[in-house]
Design a protein around this ligand. Structure first.
Ligand code: PRP
Length: 210
């Protein structure tokens, strides 16, 4: 029997997702988050876990290199792919927010916005009738308003610590984020029963885990 391939990114969400799968009796005993291995089989040898860069998870699933993916809603909102989004895993919860120095944003009709999420940022301000210049960054986005590169940022806020330690505040929320389970459309048509069972097992795990 072919195995189901599940793509996810290493890190906090993967650790929580693996703990969640364990509650569903899908166990990866060989997995440790210190390992540099990129492929792990579950103990029943029927599920293959592959680790890819977070932004690439939807691509692996859309292209059929993985049947299933676990990925944050932020990535799906920024770069929608032709996949089924079938389950909110309720892990990796955070918000996408606008942050900065509120006093500097009053009455502005034109903003320079730094973000790892240029499309989300542009659309958010467009809907409010505010013109923007978007500066795409790949990390440490909070630095941009501190050194005058941008008026504000659109970024992930989880605990709020990064903002607080850099003297920035949330100005408004843009979207709620959590990890989602996505499925390749052809896989779902061909391996319907196996994928439905996987999802049912994950739902059972969710009841225990949450
Ligand atoms: C993310 C995000 C914020 C931070 C928010 O960055 O872009 O910077 O986490 O978390 P907090 O609210 O709990 O402080 P990440 O750790 O991915 O690093 P990066 O800045 O290199 O993107």
């Amino acid at each position: 029997m072919d195995c189901l391939t599940v793509a996810m990114a290493k890190g906090r969400i993967a650790n929580q997702a693996i703990a969640l799968l364990q509650e569903a009796d899908i166990c990866f005993s060989d997995f440790t988050d210190k390992s540099r291995k990129l492929i792990f089989m579950d103990d029943s040898n029927s599920i293959k876990l592959i680790f890819v860069k977070a932004v690439d998870v939807p691509t692996y699933v859309e292209q059929g290199a993985a049947d299933i993916g676990v990925i944050g809603k932020d990535v799906l909102l920024e770069d929608p792919k032709d996949v089924y989004e079938l389950l909110d895993l309720a892990i990796g919860k955070c918000k996408l927010s606008v942050a900065g120095f509120p006093e500097k944003l009053n009455e502005q009709t034109q903003l320079t916005v730094a973000s790892k999420y240029p499309k989300i940022a542009k659309l958010h301000f467009e809907q409010k009738g505010i013109r923007t210049t978007i500066i795409e960054l790949n990390g440490s986005v909070e630095l941009a308003p501190l050194i005058g590169l941008a008026d504000c940022i659109v970024d992930i806020v989880e605990t709020g610590t990064t903002l607080k330690e850099n003297g920035l505040v949330v100005i408004e929320d843009v979207a709620e984020v959590s990890a989602r389970l996505i499925v390749n459309k052809a896989s779902f048509a061909i391996k319907t029963e196996r994928i439905q069972k996987f999802i049912a097992d994950v739902k059972t795990g969710l009841e225990v885990y949450s």
